[in-house]
Design a protein around this ligand. Structure first.
Ligand code: HEC
Length: 202
């Protein structure tokens, strides 16, 4: 009897301990893929670290959208912490760029724009060194899709990000809390530094 009671007690203590240590540790993020190589949408990305919002950003002078757009950028918290310490992105870093249409008429608003509730697209940029040849890959999700096929490495997503992005193919120069970190850690890419130098001379 005594032994049984002891077993029950230690059992309960172990369960409690497990519950405590579990709640103390944040869950670590890792991207998930289906058996045919599609990426699963990280559904909780709205709880991640917010980096910036672009308004009507366009990479091409000839590109006119005819309507205003916002893009909100998020990164998983583990990667953000590592970046703050080192100015570099660890394996499994995942970004979500969420595109929303701009609204101007609603409630008390008299001027300017705010974001609509409809998500138009979500683009994911993910680092998985073992899985992808170039370490990083892009996945296009629409407002609802739960899985997406990888964009082929030949797409211009890869070449523009490789040529112009400030740190490891990510556009840190447009993320105001990250640019000073990359500067102080000396992790800005040679391509970006050269481009910035050229702009400063103009
Ligand atoms: C001509 C250059 C260019 C091309 C082509 C391009 N991007 Fe980007 N991308 C940018 C810029 C600039 C930003 C920063 C956006 C901001 O500040 O809001 C960005 C940011 C992103 C981000 C946020 C994470 C990061 O890496 O900074 C994702 C995700 C993304 N782009 C996906 C794509 C996908 C998918 C494609 C191809 C379908 C693509 N991009 C093509 C210039 C480009």
């Amino acid at each position: 009897m005594k032994i049984a009671a002891f077993a029950v007690l230690t059992g309960t203590a172990l369960v409690l301990l497990a519950a405590l240590s579990h709640s103390a540790l944040p869950p670590t993020w890792a991207p998930e893929f289906t058996s045919d190589g599609q990426m699963k949408m990280p559904e909780n990305y709205r709880e991640w670290v917010y980096l910036s919002t672009g308004f009507d950003m366009s990479y091409n002078p000839a590109m006119r959208m005819g309507h205003h757009m916002f893009d909100n950028v998020f990164v998983n918290p583990e990667a953000y912490k590592k970046f703050a310490e080192t100015g570099t992105w660890p394996d499994k870093t995942t970004f979500v760029l969420e595109a929303r249409g701009a609204k101007d008429k609603g409630s008390i608003n008299q001027a300017g724009n705010y974001q609509g509730t409809d998500v138009m697209a979500r683009e994911v940029h993910v680092k998985d060194e073992a899985r992808f040849q170039g370490k990083w890959a892009f996945f296009p999700f629409d407002g609802q899709s739960k899985t997406a096929k990888m964009i082929p490495q030949t797409a211009d997503c890869y070449s523009c990000h490789a040529a112009h992005a400030a740190v490891d193919t990510t556009f840190v120069q447009f993320y105001p809390t990250l640019l000073p970190i990359a500067k102080s850690k000396g992790t800005l890419s040679a391509g970006y530094l050269k481009e910035a130098e050229g702009l400063a001379k103009k």
